[in-house]
Design a protein around this ligand. Structure first.
Ligand SMILES: *[C@@H]1O[C@H](CO)[C@@H](O)[C@H](O)[C@H]1NC(C)=O
Ligand SMILES: *[C@@H]1O[C@H](CO)[C@@H](O)[C@H](O)[C@H]1NC(C)=O
Ligand SMILES: *[C@@H]1O[C@H](CO)[C@@H](O)[C@H](O)[C@H]1NC(C)=O
Ligand SMILES: *[C@@H]1O[C@H](CO)[C@@H](O)[C@H](O)[C@H]1NC(C)=O
Ligand SMILES: *[C@@H]1O[C@H](CO)[C@@H](O)[C@H](O)[C@H]1NC(C)=O
Ligand SMILES: *[C@@H]1O[C@H](CO)[C@@H](O)[C@H](O)[C@H]1NC(C)=O
Ligand SMILES: *[C@@H]1O[C@H](CO)[C@@H](O)[C@H](O)[C@H]1NC(C)=O
Ligand SMILES: *[C@@H]1O[C@H](CO)[C@@H](O)[C@H](O)[C@H]1NC(C)=O
Ligand SMILES: *[C@@H]1O[C@H](CO)[C@@H](O)[C@H](O)[C@H]1NC(C)=O
Ligand SMILES: *[C@@H]1O[C@H](CO)[C@@H](O)[C@H](O)[C@H]1NC(C)=O
Ligand SMILES: *[C@@H]1O[C@H](CO)[C@@H](O)[C@H](O)[C@H]1NC(C)=O
Ligand SMILES: *[C@@H]1O[C@H](CO)[C@@H](O)[C@H](O)[C@H]1NC(C)=O
Length: 679
């Protein structure tokens, strides 16, 4: 591969002299020169001397040669990313002492790293250095970073670092931000201990197996997502307050909730896609032989014993400032006693795809601040709440309960949350209560949705709904209602009447719908009536101004021309495939195709059924095969039959005539061919 690349460079370099410009092709603004993507092969030497910023990204500058920057003594920023750069000469920056920011991302500087290290040595003001994607190993990096005591921001992402130790960053006393994303790191041994000013550390997409004895009290953001981390253990002896605000451990292999510092400021705790569970039920069993300590070795063979009551749930350290806790896709079956109450500022609790079996939606069991609660795809069968009618969860706005197996809940549960705006209860077995026939029970098979003035979105797809009681949504200004995948649903005309003034989005896919009058729903913008038994387009649709209409998988045979032209003017996006369109009644197809307003997303795939019950692509169907207007179809066939019979009669009589009056034949031929031929 390198061989091929070298050839390519020479090919391109050879072309360059021909592209010489008398004036600089760069864009100059004040003291900045932008020369990106200009196929330059060297640093331009005709820019104003006083420039302070020079951008040379995406050129083909194989080498920065001594002297090439000497014209620009005021240079502070040099960016030469993706330049196929192989080498930087030792003295390149000797005449540019003011340089503060260097960007060499995406080059090949591993080739001549010693020279490059020498060149950086003279930059006493260097604050920002981007060396991402250069194929550097840890040894090269520790050489390059020698003496760079002023560095504050360092990007080493996308290199080939395997392990870091206390030498790697030994001189970077001022470092504030370090990006080590997308290396192959599997071990870190004391590398960050002396980086006392480090605030942001990115270790994402490496191969780290654990982070133990974490004691970087100054760090504000730690991103260790996408590693192989099984253990995250802080030195819990430290009584200092850790500055940590954001901890991202998503996409790892944690089995335990991370062992956080005893004192910290963590607001955002991201733990999705791990194997986290709680195990206190195991510790209660004194007769069992569980070990309580874990030992961690590094390559040096030094072991450190971290003793922890693994089975006790008191390990979590301080979670009192957490605002966002994301535990999606883990193995949580229950929360330990008092766990959630330890987070009095929790606003977002994301528990999608865990194994929760029980949940109490009360201010005692959940922090009263909770704003968004996602417990979709768990194993809840029953919801509990207070017998009191007032709940303390006054901030609860988004509630996702979909994909559980909820069968019982207090029927007035949802009406007790005064800020509730979006509820997803899809794929449970919960009906809709009849407002008039309601018993005040703590455990009912239906939920009440009337007089809920804050509720805007309700998702109750796949709930085995049979009917919607009249006035079910009275006093509830829903704009979004998803009733799809309730195949036995009977939707009476009046049961949605309370929503006619507000509803904008209505999902009625797979609800056994045959016909419905949509005309009262003047605000409707999105209508999904796919997978139903609709044989004829409801006339009431003509009165609406829809953005989206989904008619897929119904039994429509055609769109009447007058309907087609209204749809083409009033709907923006439609889906129509999967119907029984008659190939001989496709006038609408052209109307839709030519419409400037309507975009039928699946128009090219739309099939129709021809005279022989074959399914064909409607767009390719040739209407000649229908022989004109299909209403005259039978007459056409009669005429065809008549003509063919007639033609064969004539044929028979001609043969008869010619056979029995043979003398006529020569005369006929003679008459036809009376002209002399040329051969
Ligand atoms: C770093 O500084 C030391 C002592 O000042 C010097 O010997 C060494 O060559 C320097 N290293 C680099 C890469 O400049
Ligand atoms: C952590 O890094 C990954 C990969 O770059 C990124 O997608 C994620 O947003 C980061 N997390 C935080 C909290 O910034
Ligand atoms: C915590 O302190 C105890 C007792 O002082 C000590 O034995 C232990 O090694 C310390 N743990 C760590 C991780 O430093
Ligand atoms: C305790 O552990 C023993 C042996 O491992 C097991 O037989 C027993 O069922 C456990 N009891 C509980 C309550 O988990
Ligand atoms: C505990 O472990 C020891 C040694 O490994 C074994 O002899 C003993 O039977 C175990 N006890 C139980 C209750 O499993
Ligand atoms: C183990 O750690 C000690 C002190 O932390 C150190 O002096 C020693 O060299 C280490 N041993 C190995 C094999 O790395
Ligand atoms: C760690 O603790 C275990 C059990 O207490 C002990 O057997 C082991 O020797 C300890 N290892 C070190 C390195 O201290
Ligand atoms: C829910 O509350 C009931 C009492 O109302 C209690 O028995 C149960 O343990 C609670 N469940 C959870 C998960 O907190
Ligand atoms: C409700 O949640 C939001 C988060 O979106 C937060 O900003 C607000 O302070 C919370 N209100 C209360 C009373 O907790
Ligand atoms: C609720 O959660 C499910 C599954 O996690 C998701 O598909 C759905 O979009 C969520 N509903 C809302 C309204 O966000
Ligand atoms: C809804 O509110 C109206 C008017 O305030 C009231 O008449 C009706 O009984 C309420 N419905 C229910 C089910 O509480
Ligand atoms: C209509 O609803 C069905 C079932 O919920 C869904 O699969 C389909 O994507 C929806 N159509 C559109 C255009 O969103």
């Amino acid at each position: 591969m390198p061989g091929i690349r070298v050839l390519l460079y020479f090919g391109l370099v050879a072309v360059l002299p021909a592209l010489c410009h008398p004036h600089t092709p760069c864009t100059l603004t004040q003291r900045t020169a932008i020369c990106n993507s200009l196929r330059l092969s060297s640093v331009p030497s005709n820019l104003p001397q006083q420039i302070e910023e020079l951008f040379l990204n995406q050129n083909i500058i194989l080498k920065l040669q001594n002297g090439c920057l000497s014209r620009y003594p005021y240079l502070q920023t040099l960016s030469c990313a993706n330049c196929l750069l192989n080498a930087v000469d030792e003295q390149v920056f000797s005449s540019s002492p003011l340089i503060e920011s260097l960007n060499f991302a995406g080059n090949e500087l591993h080739n001549e790293h010693k020279q490059f290290a020498q060149s950086l040595g003279s930059l006493t003001r260097l604050r920002i250095l981007d060396l991402s994607g250069n194929g550097f190993t840890e040894d090269m990096v520790s050489e390059l970073l020698q003496n760079l005591t002023s560095l504050e921001f360092l990007d080493l992402s996308g290199n080939v670092l395997l392990r870091l130790d206390e030498y790697t960053f030994r001189d970077l006393h001022q470092l504030k931000e370090l990006n080590l994303e997308r290396n192959i790191l599997f071990e870190i041994d004391g590398a960050f201990d002396h980086l006392k000013k480090l605030k942001r550390l990115n270790l994402a997409f490496n191969s780290l197996p654990c982070l133990v004895k974490f004691e970087m009290t100054q760090l504000v953001v730690l991103n260790a997502s996408h590693n192989l981390i099984e253990w995250f253990i802080t030195n819990q002896n430290l009584t200092e307050t850790f500055a940590l605000e954001t901890l991202d451990l998503s996409d790892n292999r944690l089995l335990y909730f991370p062992f956080l510092p005893t004192y910290n400021c963590i607001k955002t705790l991201l733990l999705p896609n791990n194997h986290i569970g709680f195990y206190s039920h195991l510790s209660q069993n004194t007769s069992s032989n569980w070990t309580n300590s874990v030992e961690f070795y590094n390559l040096g063979g030094n072991a450190s014993n971290v003793t922890a009551e693994l089975w006790s749930d008191d390990l979590h350290g301080d979670i009192s400032s957490v605002e966002l806790l994301d535990l999606s896709v883990n193995q949580v079956r229950y929360f330990p006693q008092g766990f959630l109450q330890k987070m009095p500022h929790l606003y977002w609790l994301r528990m999608r795809s865990n194994c929760l079996e029980s949940l109490n939606l009360t201010g005692e069991d959940l922090p009263v601040t909770v704003y968004e609660l996602d417990v979709s795809n768990n194993r809840l069968t029953e919801l509990h709440a207070h017998s009191r009618s007032v709940s303390e969860l006054n901030n609860l706005t988004h509630l996702n309960l979909s994909l559980n197996n909820i069968q019982k809940l207090p029927s007035r549960l949802f009406t007790t949350f005064p800020s509730l705006s979006i509820v997803d209860l899809s794929y449970n077995t919960v009906g809709l209560c009849h407002p008039k026939e309601l018993r005040n029970s703590d455990s009912s098979a239906c939920a009440l949705w009337t007089n809920h003035s804050s509720l805007k979105q309700l998702h109750i797809a796949g709930c085995n709904l049979i009917n919607i009681p009249p006035l079910a949504f009275d006093g509830t200004p829903l704009t979004y209602l998803d009733l799809s995948n309730n195949p036995d649903l009977h939707i009476g005309q009046d049961c949605l009447s309370g929503l006619s003034g507000t509803l904008q989005h209505l999902g009625l896919s797979n609800t056994g719908l045959q016909e419905f009058n949509f005309s009262p729903f003047k605000q409707l913008k999105f209508l999904n009536i796919s997978k139903n038994l609709i044989t004829e387009l409801p006339k009431s649709l003509m009165t609406l101004n829809l953005k989206l209409l989904d008619l897929r998988d119904n039994m429509l045979s055609t769109f009447k021309p007058e309907h087609a032209s209204v749809l083409a003017k009033r709907v923006q996006i439609a889906y129509i495939n999967g119907n029984y369109f008659n190939c001989c009644q496709l006038e609408w197809y052209r109307t839709f195709e030519e419409s400037k307003i309507l975009h039928v997303a699946d128009l090219l795939e739309v099939t129709c059924v021809d005279l022989h019950q074959r399914r064909l692509k409607a767009g390719l169907f040739d209407s000649i095969l229908c022989g004109g207007r299909s209403t005259d179809e039978s007459i056409f066939w009669y005429i065809l039959l008549f003509i063919s019979v007639g033609v064969s009669m004539v044929g028979v009589s001609v043969i008869y005539f010619l056979t029995f009056r043979p003398r006529l034949l020569p005369r006929v031929i003679k008459k036809k061919c009376w002209k002399p031929t040329t051969y």
